[in-house]
Design a protein. Structure first.
Length: 106
């Protein structure tokens, strides 16, 4: 988990790194971790893409609908970090999170 945090803070806002971004399948760092490590890895995507709402939503989209609670929680945290300080009429973070909070399912 320390490797995830260090990577996220060193590369914050650069939108690219060698550990987490743009890896699929068995190389995906989020799935290489367990429990809270998955939460931290998914949330670190928000820090890597901070303030770039278009690219950031694309990078965390595959984690928003996962069945694992830790990955889903991390992706929601990433969404909040990603859109912090952004004021737009079309608030994507609010729309996604409000939909989840109002739904009857988990």
């Amino acid at each position: 988990m320390a490797k995830t945090y260090v990577n996220a803070f060193v590369n914050a806002g650069l939108c690219n790194d060698l550990l987490i971004s743009k890896k699929e399948g068995a190389d995906d760092w989020v799935f290489s971790n367990k429990d809270e490590g998955q939460l931290a890895a998914a949330a670190s995507l928000g820090l890597l893409q901070i303030w770039d709402i278009d690219e950031g939503l694309e990078s965390i989209d595959k984690y928003l609908e996962r069945s694992e609670d830790n990955i889903q929680a991390g992706s929601f945290l990433a969404l909040g970090i990603l859109s912090s300080g952004i004021k737009t009429d079309a608030d994507a973070a609010y729309a996604i999170l409000a939909d989840k909070l109002e739904s009857a399912t988990k």
